[in-house]
Write a protein that binds this ligand. Sequence first.
Ligand code: GTP
Ligand code: MG
Length: 420
Amino acid sequence: MSEQHQNLAIIGHVDHGKSTLVGRLLYETGSVPEHVIEQHREEAEEKGKGGFEFAYVMDNLAEERERGVTIDIAHQEFSTDAYDFTIVDCPGHRDFVKNMITGASQADNAVLVVAADDGVAPQTQEHVFLARTLGIDELIIGINKMDVVDYKESTYDDVVDEVNQLLKQVQFNTEDASFIPISAFEGDNIAEESDNTPWYDGEILLEALNDLPEPEPPTDAPLRLPIQDVYTISGIGTVPVGRIETGIMNVGDNVSFQPSDVGGEVKTIEMHHEEVPKAEPGDNVGFNVRGIGKDDIRRGDVCGPADEPPSVAETFQAQVVVMQHPSVITAGYTPVFHAHTAQVACTIESIDKKMDPSSGEVAEENPDFIQAGDAAVVTIRPQKPLSIEPSSEIPELGSFAIRDMGQTIAAGKVLDVNEK
Ligand SMILES: Nc1nc2c(ncn2[C@@H]2O[C@H](COP(=O)(O)OP(=O)(O)OP(=O)(O)O)[C@@H](O)[C@H]2O)c(=O)[nH]1
Ligand SMILES: [Mg+2]
């Protein structure tokens, strides 16, 4: 075990090999034994899904295995010399981008998987945009399925060029991106240098993972724990679960859930099925609070200290970047905002400034509309109570994505919260 912890998201278009890559990584690092892969191979073949044995390590739901797609995010742990990794395997299918947003918002860095035989595809673009705007620092880009293109250097170079263009488009600093030709299925350049790519002399994947920059230390912000689900467990009672984004939770603390606006004393905290006296940023916990019933709180609430409760926005000002929209965005537009575990319809009440995305300077005051490619400062009014924080104070609770008509329209950062 190493000291440092990293949350690593695996992102990219559907079927490009994300789950297969995670399965392969876990296998190569000894976290999944050979016989388990062998069982998966048999099950995959029975289901007519031969080749999915590595993906099945991550795809545990019956529907995922039948369809051969990832639906919800899945977490797995493995260690290298430098880091203990929590891998967040994201779904690539366009119907499940909302789950990818949750995954990306939990991660420090990411591996982008691009299939060499397909190149940049719609969700490659959508995921890179979301990764960039949700605060992913560094990207490792695995050009996967090199076996399918006979390990050809020219194909690799073409896909690298395509991805570089995309990175420029979303203003991802290309110095924070590194490329590796891999085959997740065959195991090329994952844990060992491959003989099939003699023309490549860069790092293999495990080396690149070891060389990732250390994640920023957690801020000294107060406790913020977005609630992912609320369970009723016999013998304990109501158990909200979620991941601590900032701060510490101790048994005996007085906490408040917002925007539900209820609270009480923390009676128990459970992590990995064991009771613990306290929990820290990055910990996935279930806990019980005196006097709180199942109907008092819900997914999307944020738990914080009673004396420093999570902010609830009447309105908030944010900087947004528009990725795509069939026409233009004007004041009055009311799409769904995805912030931490909450999904709330919000109205763009005013478009205050259009920014020059390259310089960050104001390009136009009070523009009539914004469109794809624009960056702007806007004022937003949630249609139902929403707990959200200024990104400068609590970055973990200060970003969001905007979705409409089954696609990501924009993403942004909260500048200022006007509290209820
Ligand atoms: N030949 C070859 N096939 C691969 C490779 N990596 C993945 N595949 C195949 O591609 C298919 C999809 O793989 P997955 O790992 O499920 O892809 P995914 O990116 O996780 O897909 P979603 O989670 O649904 O977005 C499976 O049939 C894999 O066997 C590779 O390196 N070479
Ligand atoms: Mg998958």
